[in-house]
Design a protein around this ligand. Sequence first.
Ligand code: UT7
Length: 326
Amino acid sequence: MSYVSIVGTGSYVPTKVVTNNDLEKIVDTNDEWIKTRTGIHTRRMSEGENTSDLALKAAEEALKDADMSGEDIDLIIVATVTQDTFTPSVACIVQSKIGANKATCFDITAGCTGFVYALNIAKQFLETGKCKNALVIGAEVLSKVTNWEDRNTCVLFGDGSGAAVLRAGEQEGIISTYTGSKGDENRYLEIKAVQVNNPFMQEISNNNPSLIKMNGKEIFKFATKIIRKSLKNVIEDTGYSLDDVKYIVPHQANHRIIEHVAHKTNMDIDRYYMNIDKYGNTSSASIAIALDEMNKKGLLEKNDKVILVGFGGGLTWGSIFINWVK
Ligand code: UT7
């Protein structure tokens, strides 16, 4: 069995900045409510770029950071809930653009936990020796599935992508992973796909649009509990304590969720990395963007311990305990 480590990161967000004041012109909301209830000041919006365009830019940066090219990559996994097309996958589109000709490529959907799930899957491929270098991407254009008439949700989301290159080798980087799902609570967060509709049905169904529907209060309650459970799980598995961990990198859904968890875990809020003020909730991309930002800012040093923790639609959740080896 090989060890697996993160050897490069990258991210990309569209250039268009949308402020809370911009949203006041679309729905009955205000800057004060959005800032105090969510911590979001701005988010980025695609002006035409699709998910694979965002994914590609993050991937190119991550490859550069890892000093690799597409030819070195033998596995590409993209976590997303906003694929360009049902087929081909976003991963296959990225593959063709970076020339990763020997790679196996597929997308996964695990709501906002997507990046954590994808890292976990890639780790298994690398550990067994099946692959040597993997590119894992979280990318979303949520603006195309946002209900712009629903103030409860449209103020929350943003577009963006983040990527990590994983390598199998001697250095133990990803020390522990934990994931879980609870399908019987799937109704709390939904984006419908194409409805069943064919000429052999008794009644032709109305094709409801594919837009985000969320019960924010239920997800909030779920998040505050499941983040702690996810942290506890990898902590117990590794034998480290939370005191050994330099940063927690949580899914960026609401600053109040993160503050609540920081309080409950008796940790200084500064050890929970946050950038929700700039980008809002970018679902599968949020943890990947945050990790890349931390890498670029030089916040991570060799052998620092970091925990990534996600939660979201499905319902799904998960955590990854990392020893930073770059
Ligand atoms: O990434 C997937 C995971 N997603 C999440 O983790 C989201 C988790 N949930 C949340 O972050 C919060 O529940 C929200 C930010 C979505 C909502 O915050 P809340 O404190 O739970 O607000 P609420 O839904 O209880 O609404 C409070 C009030 C309501 O008015 P009334 O009924 O008290 O008169 C809402 O209609 O705020 C109103 N409201 C708004 N007002 C201004 C809801 N959205 C807005 C808005 N602007 N955009």
